[in-house]
Design a protein around this ligand. Structure first.
Ligand code: FA5
Length: 352
């Protein structure tokens, strides 16, 4: 061992420097002076090893490394001490009051449309239905022609819509006016027999009032099987309405209705729960149109690639936005997509 180096004294000096550090800058300076791989004092020691007699190298290297490790541990300990002292100083600062309540966290809540949609999905999946989604920007062909509504059909006027620039020449695109195009998409995708629902947003160019919006939500239902009947259709409607409203006595009525894609077709209306003299919700009709339905027209089954000689189906188009109105006693449908946070906050879990 070369006798010009006193490792014990070196270690004491290094540890003394670490313990004297007053802040992070001092700690870094000690690290630089001692541990820097190029100019540090420990590196200078290690660089001497190759110049030593072989039998001295191991002992010398071991002693130099012990200085290095002791210094690293002392620097860590000093760093922790300084951090603790800083925290203590912060907490003792007269301007910091740890007893003040924390800033409140604003939690969002599910939209009433989402709450009811999820409930309906649960009810229908428990009855064996698939949950499907269709495109909001739809091919005109699916929105109209495949549903037995040719371009010159007067039913187009009732659901006029927004036409989009076609992406492909000849493929005319519209914002879908109802969820019924998903009927044909479901037939193309699923093998009969099957049951499916398709909730989603639809668009119409129409003037708005308490029960009409230009953008609203519907939920399509479709059942295809060999022995599907009107009685099953009515039974299904009553079952889900009872489940949604959790009552046995929700008053509904079924009357004939015309839709080119069903035959026969019906309108299912619910008794207006807001009725007072001059009711502006149902416009004194005492009923709210809720869920048109009917037996799927053979032309629609054919458009979906299903043989109408063998298979029959029923379909319904629930006015989801109106169902939400009825469910939560909201007297104007325009609140739903109005973006009024105060209105939406009333559906936060604690408020429900
Ligand atoms: C249709 O859209 C048909 N596709 C429904 C259908 C499906 C019939 C399957 C037969 C078989 P309608 O235009 O009536 O039908 O709309 C269906 C429901 O959507 C209405 O009963 C109503 O509850 C709701 N609805 C219609 N227009 C609006 C609107 N502007 N704002 C809010 N809800 C509306």
């Amino acid at each position: 061992m070369p006798n010009d180096i006193d490792f014990a004294a070196l270690e004491a000096e290094a540890l003394g420097a670490a313990r004297a550090a007053k802040d992070e800058a001092d700690l870094r300076a000690v690290e630089r002076d001692w541990l820097d791989k190029k100019g540090g004092r420990v590196a200078a020691l290690l660089a001497r090893i190759p110049t030593l007699e072989p039998q001295m190298r191991r002992e010398f290297g071991g002693a130099a490394n012990r200085v290095k490790q002791a210094l690293e541990a002392a620097l860590d300990a000093r760093r922790t001490e300084l951090a603790a002292a800083q925290l203590h100083a912060d907490l003792s600062d007269a301007t910091f009051d740890p007893t003040l309540p924390a800033a409140s966290l604003e939690l969002g809540s599910l939209h009433p449309l989402t709450l009811v949609r999820r409930e309906l999905e649960d009810i229908f999946t428990s009855m064996g239905y698939h949950v499907l989604e269709g495109p909001e920007v739809e091919l005109e062909d699916y929105n109209f022609q495949k549903l037995n509504i040719p371009s010159d059909h007067p039913a187009r006027d009732a659901t006029d819509t927004f036409y989009c620039e076609p992406l492909v020449a000849g493929a005319s695109l519209v914002l879908r006016t109802h969820t019924s195009p998903v009927q044909v998409r479901a037939m193309e995708r699923l093998k009969p027999p099957f049951r499916a629902i398709a909730p989603g947003r639809v668009f119409r160019s129409e003037s708005t009032d308490a029960t009409h919006e230009h953008t609203f939500h519907q939920m399509e239902g479709l059942v295809v099987g060999e022995d599907v009947t009107v009685a099953q259709l009515v039974g299904t409607m009553k079952a889900f309405l009872r489940a949604v409203f959790r009552v046995d006595d929700l008053e509904v009525r079924l009357r004939p209705g015309f839709f080119p894609f069903v035959e026969p077709g019906f309108e299912l209306d619910a008794r207006c729960p807001f009725c007072t003299a001059g009711c502006r919700v149902c416009k004194q009709s005492r009923w709210i149109e809720l869920c048109p339905c009917g037996m799927v027209h053979p032309n629609v089954l054919r458009a979906g690639g299903i043989d109408p000689e063998r298979w029959r189906g029923f379909a319904f188009g629930l006015g989801l936005s109106r169902l939400v109105m009825l469910r939560y006693q909201i007297d104007d449908l325009r609140h739903l997509l109005g973006g009024d946070v105060q209105f939406l906050e009333t559906f936060a879990p604690a408020a429900r």
